[in-house]
Design a protein around this ligand. Structure first.
Ligand code: ZN
Length: 133
């Protein structure tokens, strides 16, 4: 079951430059900054009510975020839903015809198991499922 919007992912050139802007905008300090080696990204999370904003910066030119920033400017990158059972949601969504970038969950930032749907099956919107570990 999809429970709520867990976070919105924003691609940024520099967390160091962007984080203070979001912290003062939201009047909330980031509670975590983390490097996700497998994705070549650095992330910073800020609470906004029950949801979060995730700033994502590339740590390597092969990162999907670096490729995104080469095409677009910094901005909205992905929408993440909190799910109670990620395997069940992957199975349900695949049976509805959705495609996944990786159809078995992997370790993501902020103590989550994650799976990204392929934007080709969601009208161009990158969607992440995440389940708290
Ligand atoms: Zn995310």
């Amino acid at each position: 079951m999809i429970k709520k919007i867990e976070h919105l992912g924003i691609a940024v050139e520099s967390i160091k430059e962007s984080l203070p802007v979001f912290e003062s905008l939201l009047d909330s300090k980031s509670y975590k900054t983390e490097i996700v080696e497998s994705e070549f990204v650095k992330t910073a999370f800020i609470h906004i009510g029950e949801s979060k904003i995730e700033l994502v910066e590339a740590t390597h030119q092969n990162s999907a975020i670096a490729k995104f920033l080469n095409k677009h400017r910094s901005g909205f990158h992905h929408l993440a839903f909190d799910v109670d059972n990620i395997e069940e949601e992957i199975t349900r969504l695949e049976s509805e015809g959705f495609k996944f970038i990786h159809s078995s969950p992997k370790q993501g930032a902020d103590n989550k198991r994650i799976a990204f749907l392929h934007p080709k099956s969601t009208n161009g919107i990158l969607i992440e499922l995440c389940q708290e570990i």
